[in-house]
Design a protein. Structure first.
Length: 271
């Protein structure tokens, strides 16, 4: 896959170096970061010498290596992961991707059997029925990117349905499916894997496995008699599992993905 070099729309600030990996960036890569300056941003820095990053520690990569160190900034809109017998961290992702970077053949949007990789495309009606019309009684959580609902599919499978806010879904069909595709390829035992999605002219929804033990935040705040308390050995396992998931995203995933919203509410617990 071609590595993405796009840091636009991230409210970054400071001087941008013009050497190393940054020499491959273009002004488009830094659009709408008003406080950035440097040769590649079309905005000169004033009053300070050009910034140069410190030399790297350890052995350098071989000249023939093509793998890019550029990372994709991540927010909280799309998610991915696998469930194992250790705590898992849920993550999600939304970024502005230019349509020419990825291409997919997209059939009519009412085709509920459309597959994007191994992801299932649900019809809006399926998810409306599963969540009782997105009933407030089924809300599991809410955040800057939308609400998450508990749902039951026709086959009885419990799921969590993230309904994205309208202002987060203005990028179009191709952009949405591109982002879902990228995040679905990040597979690790400590990352919650995206199960499916739904996209229409007015709605963008993501479907995850339902985590019966909730999040770390809910377990710490809302003691339930049916669930044991989180003792310190368990909390250590949760911290290590979360760190492994983040290490995979930040260092080993290709392209690399920066989470940017690590908090107790986004760390989910399996059985």
């Amino acid at each position: 896959m071609t590595a993405l070099r796009d840091l636009s729309n991230n409210r970054l600030s400071g001087p941008v170096p013009d050497n190393g990996s940054f020499s491959q960036f273009t002004p488009i890569s830094f659009e709408n970061n008003l406080n950035l300056c440097g040769p590649n941003t079309k905005k000169p820095c004033s009053g300070s010498p050009p910034f140069s990053p410190p030399p790297p520690f350890g052995p350098t990569s071989s000249p023939g290596r093509n793998k890019s160190n550029a990372a994709i900034p991540v927010g909280v809109a799309l998610g991915a992961a696998l469930l194992f017998a250790v705590p898992v961290i849920g993550f999600a992702y939304w970024r502005r991707t230019r349509p020419h970077e990825f291409f997919f053949d997209v059939p009519a949007e009412d085709d509920s059997e459309l597959q994007l990789g191994q992801l299932k495309r649900f019809s809006l009606r399926e998810l409306q029925v599963a969540t009782d019309g997105f009933s407030n009684k089924n809300i599991l959580g809410r955040g800057g990117f939308g609400k998450v609902y508990k749902g039951r599919l026709a086959d009885g499978k419990l799921v969590a349905v993230k309904r994205l806010k309208e202002e987060r879904t203005s990028g179009g069909e191709l952009q949405f499916q591109t982002e879902v595709k990228i995040i679905s390829m990040a597979v690790h035992r400590n990352l919650l894997r995206l199960y499916g999605f739904c996209t229409t002219v007015t709605e963008k929804l993501l479907v995850y496995p339902y985590m019966t033990n909730g999040s770390v935040a809910s377990r710490l705040r809302e003691r339930q008699s049916s669930l044991p308390p989180l003792d310190w050995p368990t909390r250590k396992k949760i911290a290590l599992g979360s760190a492994r998931g983040l290490s995979y995203l930040h260092e080993h995933c290709d392209p690399k993905i920066i989470h940017r919203d690590v908090k107790a509410a986004n760390i989910l617990l399996d059985e």
